[in-house]
Design a protein around this ligand. Structure first.
Ligand code: AHR
Length: 499
């Protein structure tokens, strides 16, 4: 039985927001040290920034990068990372049991972001710190000059104001693992007061309140409700975080992980709108899905360092074809909610839970999950269309009955392009997909790109960096008068471009 995808250009979800293709750089494992920054590497520039990694970041199509954490930020003193490097203190980072040299800080990150051509999303520490330190950081980063902290920025060589618009008010403050973890009421009050004070310095900022660190948190829903009741008028976005992991006994649920993301976004939006209704507000809070990915967290215990070292190898997961299909499906979910998801950051960018791997003194390469992100960032231009999918389903232990094929469609009316992103969650058989083109009669297939492999556990590695790359299936498609018929291989990510 085939899946049929219906869409109509008159029924949009909303424009594709560039910030949907965000990423995340945390002082975590070898994301910074030995990832984006490795002085002495043959491809590093005069600032110690790896040129090969920068090239891959640009190819990935990342638009905005959240920095510097993550759990790390909740014990971080931003002042440690500015000023002359020789004066910067070496500290313990309890969140990742690592030694932080502070050789890399805000100025270095701003320089890297400029070279990568990405916007910076900055997180402030609301774990061990509060309103004053957030104000100091804002003044240091964004004020033009003539004040102690802005002049210090100039003296430090960072120069022009950084113009950072989007600020996260802490990180995962609902999580008991978080340094300075708080109740929803404690955090909601602190977030509101921090936001109020930051807006006094710059009313144009976009502020993100911490939502839940996962849909499985016991406080999920209640947390967002309480925090937003306290901070609704003062923030623009509420964050959402989600990580998924395959288990050998239940691959079917893993492949359907995007069902959880769909439900999480819809639940957060419903909760935010309920608070808005209660407050009689016409303002709509948006979701900043600022951490998402496949992450083998169950292996984290094995790789967390026993000794205190600088930039230990943590969570350098080697991603499979299956993982890439799930990542593609999560991108479909984010696009499908383009009306309410203002930003999204894949966590993270290099080495730790990342689409890019880099070895010390050695090469950098694309993991399997690099490809769906890069293709979506490149081809999702224009307006996301509402879609109706009818077709076969299968039963999962975690999410009940789910569709075998999931897809979304993006229409660029000006360029005359229609792009369909589709995954097949079928693990053994190819499945047919029909695009109903009755409402888009002039369109025909330009390219059908497929990421799939006879071995769904195949990975890219230093030895075989190109083992898994997208292939071409354009020739196999069939255009009829009102439809396009294609076949999706088992466990596959597909990009169908029509003109
Ligand atoms: O991205 C890794 C970690 O996951 C982040 O530091 C934290 O916010 C989340 O729990």
């Amino acid at each position: 039985m085939r899946t049929v995808l219906h869409c109509h250009p008159a029924f949009p979800v909303g424009p594709v927001r560039p910030r949907l293709f965000g990423s995340f750089v945390e002082h975590f494992g070898r994301c910074v040290y030995g990832g984006i920054y490795e002085p002495g590497h043959p491809k590093a520039d005069e600032e110690g920034l790896r040129g090969d990694v920068l090239d891959l970041v640009r190819e990935l199509g990342v638009t905005v990068v959240r920095y510097p954490g993550g759990n790390f930020v909740s014990g971080y003193r931003w002042e440690d990372g500015v000023g002359p490097v020789r004066d910067r203190p070496v500290r313990l980072d309890g969140s990742w049991r690592s030694v932080e040299t502070n050789r890399f800080g805000l100025g270095e990150f701003a320089g890297w972001a400029a070279k990568a051509g990405v916007e910076t999303m900055l997180a402030v520490n609301l774990g061990t710190r509060g309103v004053q330190e957030a104000l100091d950081l804002l003044e240091y980063a964004n004020h033009p000059g003539g004040t102690r902290l802005s002049d210090q920025r100039v003296a430090d060589g960072t120069g022009d104001p950084l113009g950072i618009r989007m600020w996260c008010l802490g990180n995962e403050m609902d999580g008991p693992w978080q340094t300075g973890h708080k109740t929803a009421t404690e955090y909601g009050r602190l977030a509101a007061e921090t936001a109020r004070a930051m807006r006094m310095l710059d009313p144009g900022l976009e502020l993100v309140a911490c939502g839940s660190s996962g849909s499985g948190m016991p406080t999920f829903g209640e947390w967002e409700h309480t925090v937003l009741e306290l901070a609704y008028d003062l923030v623009d976005h509420v964050s959402a975080h989600a990580y998924y992991e395959a288990t050998p006994e239940d691959p079917g649920s893993f492949l359907a992980s995007a069902v959880d993301m769909d439900r999480m976004i819809e639940a957060v939006v419903a909760t935010a709108d309920a608070v808005g209704a209660k407050l009689k507000s016409r303002k709509r809070i948006m979701v900043s899905f600022d951490e998402w990915n496949v992450w083998y967290q169950s292996r984290l215990g094995d790789c967390l360092p026993k000794d205190w070292t600088v930039a230990p190898r943590i969570s350098e997961d080697a991603y499979t074809v299956s993982d890439a299909v799930v990542v593609g499906n999560l991108l479909i979910s984010l696009l499908r909610h383009a009306d309410r998801v203002a930003a999204a950051c894949q966590a993270q960018l290099v080495n730790a839970i990342a689409p890019i791997r880099a070895e010390p003194g050695g090469p950098a390469w694309r993991q399997t999950i690099f490809h769906p992100f890069a293709q979506a960032a490149r081809h999702a231009r224009g307006t996301v269309l509402q879609t109706r999918l009818s077709g076969p389903t299968y039963e999962t232990a975690r999410y009940g009955e789910v569709p075998v094929v999931d897809a979304t469609a993006v229409h660029d009316a000006d360029a005359g392009l229609l792009t369909v992103f589709a995954v097949s969650r079928h693990r053994t058989e190819p499945v047919p997909l029909r695009l109903d083109l009755a409402a888009l009669p002039g369109y025909d297939l330009v390219e059908h790109s497929v990421l799939a492999d006879p071995d769904p556990l195949a990975v890219n590695s230093r030895a075989e960096p190109e083992r898994v790359t997208p292939g071409d299936a354009t020739g196999a498609a069939r255009r009829t008068e009102t439809a396009l018929d294609v076949t999706l291989p088992p466990t596959s990510w597909n990009v169908l471009r029509l003109r």
